[in-house]
Structure formats: structure tokens, C-alpha cells
Design a protein around this ligand. Structure first.
Ligand code: SF4
Length: 396
């Protein structure tokens, strides 16, 4: 009999090529990777190492650092060396915020991936009349970009490292703005221009990101990018994020709306939730999105009813107690239900159920079978005993 786990309810991910970022592979059917960015100054080597390590230890699989100058690029050598000596070689991405290739070239020796922003490669003469650029003008500018980009591409290619072509809605080059407008199309064309240049140099370790602070723009740009890539036979993995999502509840909702919508369509191979909070706060949100969509299983999945007039115990309090006792047991489904009025099927086929039976008593379920009835104050310890008797318990 099909179960929700075996039936075809899963997300079918878009097929992408595998792109290496150190020990992590993006795309190629690998799990959607979680990334974030430290906010320490890269020149503060000890601080940056601590920041990278802190993020990595809580599940950030790829860490991005900002490299605005040659001094920062050189500091990366020390950061990498210190990480390898005192911790481990964390997959690192350098964000290079300019088109000065010397910095990117230097840092490409110490990181696994270099992120460039096509919007910063501006070789066009400003057009006072804001008219479209002709193909001949694009070709001429393309040649200049190619000359600038070539040493970096060769360096990354020869080391089997990768590059992120990271387009931001807020920083499109003038040629794109005048020709395609401030639109998802402009973002997509901007990425395609750089992809073609890299392909011309036989470099295919590319990861593409199209970010915007407005969720509908970010969604539209990524959908269009996939459509264009499919038509062109390109299979580059995508990095998803909503920029400047803000903080708190709404920052998380915005990120989830943008990233989750695309992931549900099978689009996206790596994600970052950008919050105006400590970067450590971003990681649980990333894993929460991936778990909710069934793309990664890194924590206990709790099913709980919202409670109502029939609820037979303090649901909020009990859910917290159950969570405190079991949240370290990765891979389990546990349901906490105020009553069993609608039958055990309401528990969404949880492995275990904690259900209000009658005032003062709860029932424990294994799957759909009621196993025992105990006084409410013994509920959590009886649940632990039941999990132990099934050999599915590990000590925290
Ligand atoms: Fe109410 Fe029972 Fe439904 Fe919970 S499971 S919301 S207590 S009817």
C-alpha cells in the first residue's frame, strides 16, 4: 500500500550539473546545500575564523566572506590555513564586489568558489538618451569583459573550483537596464551574458543566482532563468535567496515565500536566508524550509493540532515538553493531538502519537495503533519508554 512517504508526493528536482564548492557539491541531485555569510571583517583573521567555524558547526555547509580589497584577499590565505590547521577545510566562497581582477585572482587561490556580480562589469559609455544597446555594442563590451574575466576563469578552471554568477536586481549594468529594463528579463540576460563568456573559455563549474528584495521579482527571474537555460540546453544549478528580507517573523516569511515557492517547483540547489540578524539565526530557517518541503530530514517532524474546545490537556505546554524531550531524535515523526475525535489518520501517519483520551489521561500510539493509556502527568516519560522499547531512542 502506498504511504505518503512512498507515493509520488515528493518534489521532482530539476536536473542540474554537479558543481564543486570544496567538499560540498551543488546540484547533480545532491541535497540542497545551506549557506550563509559571516559579518566579521575579513581582515580580522581570528574573528573571521571564529565566525566561519561558528556557522559551520551549526550546519552552514558553505560560508561566504566578503573580499573588497587586496589586503582582504591576502587575509583569506591565513583564514584558510588557520581553519585547516585548527578545525577543517570549510567550503568557502569569496564575494568580490568589483571588477578588479587582481583581487579575485589572488583570492581564488584560497577559496573554493568566487562570486562575481555581472552588474559591476561596466564597460559601456553612458547613453544620455537611454536607448537600447545594439548587438555590435554588446559584442564590443563582451570582448572587454572577457579580457578582464579570463585570468580568473582560467585560475578557477585549472583548480577545478567554481564561480557564482550572482545577479542582483538592484545592481544591473546600464546596458541591461536600457535594453531589457529593470526586469527579470534584464537579470536573466545579465547572467546569460556571463555564462556564454565562461562557456567560450570551456568553464562550466558555474552556479547562478538571481536575487531581489521583492519576492515576486525573485521568483519570476528564477523561473525565467530555468526556462531560458532549458531552451539553451544549459543545466547550471541555482542558488536561491531573497535579499534584504529584513528581520523577525516577516523576514522569515518573505524568505520562505520566495525560496520555498521555487524549491516546491523543483528549482534550486542551494539556499541562503538573508536576515538582518546574526547569521547563525539564518541556518535553522534554511533547514526548516527544506524539512517542511521534504527535501532534507534533519530534525524531528512534529505534527500537532491547533487545539479547540475538545482539547483534553494544555496542548501548547505538552508540545513544548514533548519537543524538549525528543527534538534530538532526527528522523522521527511525532504527533501531539488534543483528542482522537477524527481518528488516528489525523496524525498524518506519525511514528508516535500523544493523544488526549479522556480528562486526565492520554493515549500513546505507535503508528495507527493505540499502545497504552497513562495518566497525563506520566505521558512524556511513557512516550520516551515507548521509543526506547522500539530501539529508536538515543541519549541527548
Ligand atoms: Fe480539537 Fe481534537 Fe482536532 Fe485537536 S484533534 S483540534 S482537540 S478536534
Amino acid at each position: 500500500t502506498p504511504t505518503p512517504e512512498t507515493a509520488e508526493v515528493g518534489i521532482v528536482r530539476r536536473k542540474t550539473r554537479p558543481v564543486p564548492v570544496g567538499s560540498i557539491t551543488i546540484g547533480g541531485g545532491y541535497p540542497v546545500a545551506v549557506q550563509s555569510m559571516i559579518n566579521e571583517d575579513t581582515l580580522d583573521v581570528a574573528g573571521a575564523v571564529a565566525g566561519i567555524r561558528r556557522l559551520h558547526e551549526i550546519g552552514c555547509e558553505i560560508v561566504r566572506v566578503t573580499v573588497p580589497s587586496m589586503a582582504h584577499a591576502k587575509a583569506m590565505a591565513e583564514i584558510r590555513e588557520t581553519l585547516e590547521r585548527t578545525y577543517q577545510p570549510v567550503p568557502l566562497v569569496a564575494d568580490v564586489h568589483h571588477n578588479g581582477m587582481k583581487i579575485a585572482l589572488e583570492v581564488s587561490k584560497y577559496v573554493d568558489n568566487v562570486r562575481i556580480n555581472p552588474g559591476l562589469y561596466v564597460f559601456e559609455k553612458p547613453k544620455a538618451d537611454r536607448t537600447e544597446y545594439t548587438q555590435a555594442e554588446f559584442d564590443e563590451i563582451g570582448e572587454k569583459i572577457r579580457e578582464t574575466l579570463e585570468p580568473l576563469v582560467i585560475s578557477l578552471r585549472d583548480q577545478n573550483k567554481s564561480m557564482r554568477i550572482g545577479v542582483n536586481h538592484g545592481s544591473l549594468a546600464e546596458r541591461m537596464l536600457f535594453t531589457y529594463g529593470d526586469t527579470p528579463e534584464g537579470m536573466v540576460e545579465s547572467a546569460l551574458e556571463f555564462i556564454r563568456l565562461c562557456e567560450d573559455m570551456n568553464f562550466y563549474n558555474l552556479e547562478i543566482s538571481l536575487k531581489a528584495s521583492r519576492v515576486p521579482v525573485m521568483i519570476a527571474a528564477n523561473r525565467l532563468m530555468v526556462k531560458r537555460m532549458d531552451a539553451l540546453g544549459m543545466d547550471y544549478p541555482l542558488h536561491l535567496g531573497v535579499t534584504e528580507a529584513g528581520d523577525g517573523e516577516y523576514g522569515r516569511i518573505k524568505s520562505t515565500a520566495g525560496i520555498g515557492t521555487l524549491l516546491a517547483e523543483g528549482i534550486g540547489d542551494t539556499i541562503r536566508v538573508s536576515l538582518t540578524e546574526a547569521p547563525e539565526k539564518e541556518i535553522p530557517v534554511c533547514y526548516g524550509i527544506l524539512q517542511a518541503l521534504g527535501l532534507r530530514r534533519t530534525m524531528v517532524e512534529y505534527v500537532a493540532c491547533p487545539s479547540c474546545g475538545r482539547t483534553l490537556f494544555n496542548l501548547e505546554e505538552v508540545l513544548q515538553k514533548v519537543r524538549a524531550a525528543t527534538s534530538h531524535l532526527t528522523g522521527l515523526n511525532i504527533a501531539v493531538m488534543g483528542c482522537i475525535v477524527n481518528g488516528p489518520g489525523e496524525m498524518a501517519d506519525a511514528d508516535y502519537g500523544y493523544v488526549g483520551k479522556q480528562p486526565g489521561f492520554i493515549s500513546l500510539y505507535r503508528g495507527r495503533d493505540e499502545v497504552t493509556k497513562v495518566p497525563e502527568d506520566q505521558g512524556v516519560s511513557a512516550l520516551i519508554d515507548l521509543i526506547k522499547s522500539d530501539d529508536r531512542w538515543v541519549d541527548p
